[in-house]
Design a binder for this molecule. Structure first.
Ligand code: SAM
Length: 219
């Protein structure tokens, strides 16, 4: 199957490019043991986000959708001392597991986890333009609202990434509809003609299947 090929490809590349990582392994193991769904970004994607944060010299990062803190740890590792990842999570159990994982990974001093509906938490964040980088990976119905708030919060020249924008091609299959793909379509329609961002989608294949990152720069 294509997934087996993509998994093998990730595994091969990771064997050269990703170091052994006991803290990340422990985070995934703890998340699984406590019943969290297996929907974190892949190791290669986590490192990609980490490198993007470093490339952009980002110090203040906003994440929407924490789950067990796997991507949060990758983001927190990329920022310098004194930097901050603000991460928003609805589910108190996910937040509890994430807090354990973030602490075990030694990055608790760089992470502020806010529990509650992101649509409410994000509106309280600020001041405007006080973040360098945003990673949106929560409920997909909220995508456009989170993107608009991220635009408010991210400074000019900053980066906004949205995960899961291809969904194995279903987003572009107009005969198909569910809340997940509709959330992506609403986001794309909202960005079309938006003069405040420049954006593109890069499809991703790998151990997590076929999906994609929307990559935007705040003008
Ligand atoms: N970014 C994580 C990672 O890669 O490790 C994965 C996040 S997971 C795909 C999505 C998370 O968003 C889940 O933990 C879910 O509970 C959370 N979520 C769903 N609806 C939400 C909402 N309205 N506000 C905040 N978080 C929400």
């Amino acid at each position: 199957s294509p997934l087996a090929v993509w998994e093998k490809c990730d595994e091969y590349h990771n064997s050269f490019l990703l170091d052994a990582d006991p803290a990340m392994d422990a985070a995934l193991k703890n998340s699984e043991a406590q019943g969290l769904p297996d929907i974190a970004v892949s190791p290669a994607q986590g490192k990609f986000l980490n490198l993007l944060v470093k490339t952009t010299g980002s110090k203040r990062v906003l994440e929407v959708g924490t789950l067990g803190g796997y991507s949060t740890i990758w983001l927190a590792r990329a920022i310098p001392e004194g930097g901050l990842v603000t991460t928003l999570e609805l589910d108190p159990h996910h937040a509890k597991v994430a807090t354990e994982n973030i602490s075990n990974a030694g990055v608790a001093d760089k992470v502020d986890l806010i529990v509650g509906p992101a649509a409410e938490s994000i509106k309280k964040l600020g001041p405007n333009s006080s973040y360098d980088f945003a990673f949106i990976d929560a409920d997909k119905e909220g995508n456009l609202l989170y993107f608009q708030e991220a635009k408010r919060l991210v400074k000019s020249g900053g980066t906004i990434i949205v995960d899961n924008v291809c969904r194995a091609g279903r987003v572009a299959d107009l005969e198909y509809s569910d809340v997940l793909v509709d959330g992506v379509r609403t986001l794309l329609m909202g960005i079309e003609g938006d003069k405040e961002v420049e954006a593109t989608t890069i499809s991703t294949v790998g151990e997590k299947g076929y999906d994609g990152f929307l990559y935007a720069i705040r003008k």
